[in-house]
Design a protein around this ligand. Structure first.
Ligand code: PRT
Length: 110
């Protein structure tokens, strides 16, 4: 796996898509999770988010890093199961880049 975050996420996404396509839950965690349905993937994402919050508030940097990786991995699975990828997320972040969150919120229709 590459060191660059974009390359890392792209490589992870490719593996996840391969596992989803293969559908062999005995050999693959991704496939076994997907076999339980989108709701289960979403539930796991929520659990990992909670664990990340707890780590941020009570644990050391290594624990927080591990939980953050679990969170991003499960988000990758959820996006892939919906047929989406990090390209779409990156495009949305690029579209927002340079616009202050305060300015964006103030410009929303009332
Ligand atoms: N990055 C990950 C990754 N991070 C976390 N996990 C797994 O995510 C699972 C969830 O962790 P938990 O501790 O919550 O598991 P659990 O308590 O058994 O979950 P529950 O059954 O209780 O819901 C564990 O089995 C972890 O091993 C991952 N599994 C896979 N990957 C990547 O996905 C690729 C494909 O994996 P497979 O589909 O297993 O081949 C791998 O090569 C990796 O690159």
């Amino acid at each position: 796996m590459a060191d660059d975050i974009g390359d890392t996420l792209t490589a992870l996404e490719a593996v996840v898509n391969d596992r989803l396509a293969a559908g062999d839950g005995t050999a693959s965690y991704v496939a076994s999770l997907a076999a339980k349905g989108r709701g289960k993937i979403a539930q796991k994402l929520g659990e990992e988010a909670t664990e990340t919050i707890i780590a941020a508030l009570t644990e050391d940097d290594a624990a927080l890093t591990g939980e953050a990786a679990d969170l991003v991995f499960h988000l990758t699975v959820l996006l892939a199961e919906r047929g989406l990828g990090w390209d779409a997320v990156a495009a949305e972040l690029a579209r927002r880049h340079g616009t202050s969150g305060h300015a964006e919120k103030a410009a929303r229709p009332q």
